[in-house]
Design a protein around this ligand. Sequence first.
Ligand code: SF4
Length: 764
Amino acid sequence: MADRIALRTCPLCEAGCGLEITVRESAREAGTRDSVEHTVVRIRGDMNDVFSKGYLCPKGSTLKQLHEDPDRLRQPMVKRNGTHVAVTWDEAWAEVDRGLGAVIATHGRESIGTYLGNPGAHNLSAMTFNRVLLTAIGSRQRFSASSVDQVPKQVSAGFMFGTAVSVPVPDLDRTDLLLMLGANPYASNGSLATAPDWPGRLEAIRERGGRIIVVDPRLSRTAESADEWLAIRPGTDALLLAAMVNAVFAAGRASVGDHLVEHVNGLREVEGALGAFTPEAVEAAVGIDAATIRRIALELCDANRAAVYGRIGTCTVSFGTTASWLVDVLNTVTGNLDVVGGAMFPLPVAASPTTRGKPGIGKGFKTGRGKTRVRGFPEALGEYPAALMAEEITTPGTGQIRAMVVVGGNPVLSTPNSGQLDDALASLDFMVSVDIYLNETSRHAHVILPAPSHLYRSHYDLALLNFGLRSVANYSAPVFELPPGVPDEWEILAKLAAIAQGLGADADPATVDEVTIRSLIESTVRDESCVIAGRNPDDIYESLSGPANGSLRGPDRILDLFLRIGPFGDGFGTTPGGVTLAELKRHPHGMDFGALIPRVPEVLRTPSGKIELAPPVLLSDLPRLEASLNQDPNAVLLVGRRHLRSNNSWMHNIRVLVKGKARCTLQIHPDDAARLGVKDGSPVRITSRVGMVVAPAEITEGIRPRVVSLPHGWGHDVPGTRQGIAHEFAGVNSNVLTDHEAIDPLSGNAVLNGIPVTLAAATV
Ligand code: SF4
């Protein structure tokens, strides 16, 4: 058979690059199960993709290796006598039914915990059926990778603008000045600001005469390419931002702009609340002199078009929510919020919380609708902090977690105090993982249910296009048909939901799918502000599911609903020519509906209908922030880092990505190395309150003195896994050192940066 080209959006990170996949198919020998054997010949960037225009990073082409990886699980695994063995799907489902059923019957639904990993955010099946699964389980013991990542930004945006996805993004393609804190897009592209080729977009800012300032304790690749690098002390971004806001007010330059003047509450409250945070008051703590702080604050006022952008380094710290809030306060008081070239609100093509409901007003945002059982820590975004999962498993009492359902996550490597969680998972009565690998976490599972390779699944970035720098839509059909008898990922999640509901191991996922779409349609036609308000649900159902629409089922059918009721949708006939999934399929390189546009006040969903610049909960954190001015200047602080060829914990089994110079090193300043008597490459013992690891030193001027850096996602040398290459390039697990007690109190996010450690030369 001839080669064919398949187009697909890369599902590995938020950039969503378009891929062109060359596939070779040939007839198999008679008697084999599949009639066609397929090979991925080559993957390269899709030059005609409307957003990425041919760009891809080194990870994108490794979807081939991931698809072909012999360690990737193709069959369910069940643990028997301490060893995982391959079983049939029927055997696996029977085991899940027995294990979950026994725990629910004995201890109740609250004894089931769930953990959703980061890959689910890039996965249409997970985005449409994880919620169905959580509802079916019916437990509040929900955890996810969000609380080791971006929850602080979502919480601050929620309080200021009304929903957890009302996150302003920097209008990179039209800005003149970008102040970037805690972000390294040269390694990990953008995040909560979705666009391919961040490096190219940043270089374009400078080519058109603009400036980029990077705030980071490390001279990252992004900082190297910037006009100015400010080597901040870890964890002090909130102090720096507070001082910049203070400086703007002190200079009499605070102005939200004519366009926002009617739409902002709390300007004077912010000025008063930040009075103590002068540049002089914070300079010693942040490690940046007052004159520089003041200068940059005023540059943001003076620039024609400027944006402040904070990412993971500003979130995964003790003041993550406060820093995230102050990023948008600074954008607002310098007149850069909701203007072209400033920080703008995305307009996603598929319906989202910022386009649904009555424009300009809403119920607002809350946290604390529940509290953790053990220490009473408040909920955020419907979840509890991942850092507290272990104590919820190990602390006896009513509601103690006795079973876990883990979907696409490896919390043993990615959440704080790994040793504690590793022990806790080993103590469970039952655990099921949906995972493509037998890894450091799924080795604890009694049953592992393997999702099929990405190339067998359809794709649309439902979550992350909420943060798009353009209004873009891009649908990918499966590259290959699923082999007979292999369930799609959504079917696995739907069947798990059915079993959790008590429908048994023979339950049909199609039933769950039908109930789900019917319920979504019912709630949509009841929404008075929706374009299909009051329509007959049966008509909408038929329009989505009938043969004329390709008899859609599963995630594709839900996606079609969201596209059609979105701002560019056909409204089921209300807006002829509007987007539908069928229309999107006719545009395999994607559809581009334009650059960002100003959206205030329509985007707001606060009860007041205004931007809340001074939410009381954020102001209440300022005394704690002020107390943090008195820091020990001699403390050695650990920070993380990312690498272009790494993707959290789960792509280390691809040789082409991990080979070469060792990446899991301890970056250390020459002064600190000299004090310890450590040479480049020699082992250093790193000890925190909760753990100790030994890693080779990488001596570099590109890091602040008294700051050291270890990348996360490594530590693949534990027994019982099945990832041969990852094991060979094991590295050490930085989360052995991070502390489960260190949590941002407003969001529950873990503190992964700025961990106090002690260092010593280690013997080999
Ligand atoms: S930047 Fe790399 S990993 Fe991310 S979507 Fe593009 S090709 Fe994939």
